[in-house]
Design a protein around this ligand. Structure first.
Ligand SMILES: CC(C)(COP(=O)(O)OP(=O)(O)OC[C@H]1O[C@@H](n2cnc3c(N)ncnc32)[C@H](O)[C@@H]1OP(=O)(O)O)[C@@H](O)C(=O)NCCC(=O)NCCS
Length: 140
């Protein structure tokens, strides 16, 4: 499969980002909100197939020793073809001196385990919608 990796997205792409996140059951906002979040991140990865955006992800980071991965998603028809792996590996290699943390959708842990991630024993989170995150299986 011929794919292209980019670090930027034209304005027309943010609607697809919002739509994709909605479709895969992740938190989604208005397109301009995602644009701001990705543009304020240290590393953004966008994967294109024949000019079409099919997956993306980003990391916030100090650029030196700590980083956190967010918003990794592949459009459903392209899932299971190695695109998610490419996104995460590109993020990791862009910040080679960093530790990485993330929280995954419940049930998606094995995807990250295969990329070398291990479950954290002391992870703590303060979510804005704390009760909702407990209901959705993210927190105790
Ligand atoms: C999770 C996601 C990013 C994975 O991307 P992908 O392109 O489908 O995954 P890949 O094809 O690179 O798979 C890599 C490996 O992880 C495994 N894997 C992929 N999705 C998995 C899942 N949901 N559960 C367990 N293992 C999974 C694959 O079987 C593959 O294993 P293999 O190398 O032994 O064959 C993608 O399916 C997706 O966008 N899902 C919905 C959104 C989501 O849950 N994002 C993660 C947010 S934390």
């Amino acid at each position: 499969m011929e794919i292209e990796i980019k670090h930027e997205l034209p304005d027309s792409g943010w609607q697809i980002v919002a739509q994709t996140l909605k479709e895969v059951g992740m938190a989604f906002y208005e397109p301009h909100v995602h644009k701001k979040a990705f543009e304020n991140s240290h590393t953004s990865i966008f994967v294109f197939h024949s000019g079409r955006l099919i997956g993306f992800g980003r990391a916030i980071s100090d650029g030196v020793y700590q980083a956190a991965i967010y918003d990794v998603a592949v459009i459903p028809e392209f899932q299971g073809r190695g695109i998610g792996t490419i996104i995460v590996k590109n993020i990791l290699s862009n910040l080679p001196s960093c530790n990485f943390i993330l929280y995954t959708m419940p049930g998606k842990e094995d995807f990250y385990r295969k990329l070398g991630f291990r479950k954290m024993k002391t992870g703590m989170a303060s979510f804005r919608k704390a009760d909702n995150m407990t209901l959705r299986g993210f927190t105790e």
